[in-house]
Design a protein around this ligand. Structure first.
Ligand code: TXA
Ligand code: MG
Length: 325
């Protein structure tokens, strides 16, 4: 069988063996599931790109067990990297630093920097610690599509494309959207991709642009990304009620203090707070996509720093296919 889902506790031993043999393992992190291989093994990493259908120009994040393992892979471990790692790792923040020769060019899309992260998930940490392998892993979905937050999502996304994949099942991801990515090569941190690491965003204050189109791009970050197969439109509540037609799927926010209405095959309800909303967003998009709706209308969430990453992902999900860069 091309894809196997195994409970993390039962599959750990085999996962570690597979990494050492240059094979692929999908594993849970606190953000989303990753599609991993030994970052030092160029052939193994190349299989990640073919399985995802990912352009070779989009570099990968390397997951490590601790700060010491990160420093080993960094050509230069800057004071900024050191400070951010001490404050936020293990956690949903990825630090871009200069790389060493241990990291092959395929991981970094030919660039001289590498993105590093210590994930805050017991399964990922156990796999990294016990194997001693630095694991290159993008989100475990086909390129441009919605990131997986359960083991079943991984199987749904990659089942037809993977020759041989073990998926460690660690349940649903707590955070639900991808990590904050920060360039730590210079004297001040620069935000490359917003995430749900609110303390970082609050502490970084004005030294880091908070969101919007001015955000410096990571190589390979595309306008259309995190996107379901059907068109997505983000609309203010009033507009949504006016524009909605039969066949549309809808994502709405529960009103604060009120119980969540029953979901239906074409209406998904998300919690009113940003953390709850982020945790449920990708599942809601997937359920509506699978229900065969003709469009997905998303009630525009509130603004504010805690909602930045959510707006970023919704904007990319709503970018039409013709606008792909
Ligand atoms: O939460 C996450 O970050 C998940 C889990 C599995 O850790 N991973 C993830 O990977 O979202 P991926 O490949 O879907 O996104 C990685 C992002 C991309 O936007 C990529 O351009 C950026 O990190 N990136 C990777 N290496 C980089 C580098 N050397 N310089 C700048 N950006 C980089
Ligand atoms: Mg991704």
């Amino acid at each position: 069988m091309a894809v196997r889902i195994v409970a993390a506790m039962e599959g750990m031993e085999e996962a570690i063996e597979r990494l050492k043999e240059g094979k692929l393992v999908a594993f849970p992190t606190e953000t989303v599931y990753g599609l991993g291989a030994d970052a030092r093994d160029a052939d193994a990493v190349a299989r990640i790109f073919t399985t995802k259908g990912r352009p070779a120009t989009n570099p990968l994040i390397v997951h490590v067990a601790d700060v010491a393992a990160a420093r080993d892979l960094a050509g230069e471990w800057t004071p900024v990297a050191d400070e951010l790692a001490a404050m936020y790792w293990p956690g949903a923040i990825t630090l871009v630093v200069r790389k060493t020769d241990a990291i092959p060019a395929v991981v970094t899309a030919g660039g001289g920097t590498v993105a590093l992260r210590v994930p805050d998930h017991p399964v990922a940490l156990e796999m990294l610690r016990r194997s001693g392998v630095p694991v290159a892993a993008p989100s475990a979905n086909r390129s441009e599509q919605v990131s997986p937050t359960t083991a079943q999502h991984v199987a749904d996304s990659l089942g037809q494309y993977a020759d041989d994949l073990l998926i460690l099942d660690g349940g649903a991801c707590r955070v639900g959207i991808e990590s904050t990515v920060v360039d730590a090569t210079g004297g001040t941190p620069r935000l490359l991709r917003p995430g749900m690491m609110h303390i970082f965003h609050a502490n970084a204050g004005e030294s880091v642009p908070t969101s919007g189109d001015d955000t410096p791009r990571s190589p390979g970050q595309m306008a259309r990304h995190y996107a379901p197969a059907v068109p997505v439109h983000v609309l203010p509540a009033k507009r949504l009620r006016k524009d909605r037609v039969a066949g549309d799927g809808v994502i709405q926010r529960v009103v604060v203090g009120q119980p969540a209405p029953e979901p239906s095959s074409n209406v998904q309800w998300l919690p009113p707070d940003p953390d709850g909303y982020a945790a449920g967003l990708y599942t809601a998009l997937r359920l509506l996509d699978a229900a065969g709706v003709s469009r997905i209308l998303v009630e525009e969430p509130p603004r504010g720093p805690r909602w930045d990453a959510i707006h970023d992902r919704l904007r990319r999900a709503a970018t039409p296919k013709t606008d792909v860069q």
